[in-house]
Write a protein that binds this ligand. Structure first.
Ligand SMILES: [Zn+2]
Length: 262
């Protein structure tokens, strides 16, 4: 292939004269954790470390979840202007709906997080439906881990979104590390306008721009997934996508602010 042919195809992804710099405006991180994740992951983030990292990267508010919901409740109560709580239930437990209701009505939590892989359920399983009803009643989004078979594939999340068209479903990681899952995350979101995509851990900068162009300005949100991923890398990838400053502002700040009604 001639050199200019290669140049032209790279420019399709982002202009070659554009050296991406970290977006320095205010941000909302739609996916953050405090607590310890042992085992294979072997990562942890304390409340203080999260707040320090937020200062460093100009993150105004972080949406936080951990399977110890009490830990999150205490942290959010201490820093109500900086931390936004999402409740993380195991849907197979009989007290899951009661926990979700309590968190949304009494603790001031702003959303629900589900991890089908960790808790071993399909997104559209019957056990999830009462939780979706609680989210619908409270008018909050449901954030779902995506990208790992057999439980958290985009198509399965699409089945849930189709059943609950009036509940906003955020596909965390927008398909994660597998090209076919990333592509299908975009396809599912195109089909159902209640599906949002979150950027953390997804390796292709080109797909961030592609998603915004395909879905419109409002349905892609930035997340770091700290401590699994580092904000510098996660912010860098979104910046490298070649989105305009206006669109970066939407992905980094406005979309999550509107979605979570912050
Ligand atoms: Zn996470």
């Amino acid at each position: 292939m001639p050199a200019d042919g290669i140049g032209a195809s790279l420019a399709k992804n982002r202009p070659l004269d554009h050296i991406p710099r970290l977006y320095e405006g205010e941000k909302v991180d739609a996916h953050a954790h405090i607590g310890e994740f042992g085992g294979w992951a072997n990562v942890a983030c304390s409340e203080d470390e999260l707040l320090r990292s937020m200062k460093l990267y100009n993150v105004k508010r972080s949406v936080v979840f951990y399977w110890d919901n009490e830990l999150v409740r205490r942290a959010v109560a201490k820093h109500p202007k900086r931390l936004v709580g999402c409740v993380w239930p195991d849907p197979r437990r009989t007290d899951a709906s009661a926990l979700v209701r309590k968190a949304l009505t009494e603790w001031g939590f702003k959303g629900v997080k589900l991890h089908p892989l960790i808790h071993a359920f399909l997104p559209n399983d019957d056990v999830v439906h009462p939780i979706m009803e609680e989210a619908r009643k409270a008018g909050v989004p449901v954030l779902i881990h995506s990208g790992h078979p057999p439980f958290s594939l985009p198509w399965s999340i699409g089945e849930l979104a189709e059943n609950f068209r009036d509940v906003k479903v955020v596909m965390l990681h927008m398909g994660h590390g597998h090209g076919i899952y990333i592509k299908s995350a975009l396809d599912v979101a195109k089909r159902f306008d209640n599906v949002y995509l979150e950027t953390s851990g997804m390796p292709m900068h080109t797909k961030v721009k592609e998603a915004v162009e395909m879905l419109g300005d409002e349905r892609v949100v930035y997340g770091s997934d700290i401590p699994f991923h580092d904000p510098s890398v996660e912010i860098g990838r979104v910046c490298a996508s070649g989105l305009s400053q206006d669109r970066l502002e939407r992905v980094f700040y406005t979309n999550a602010t509107e979605l979570l009604r912050l």
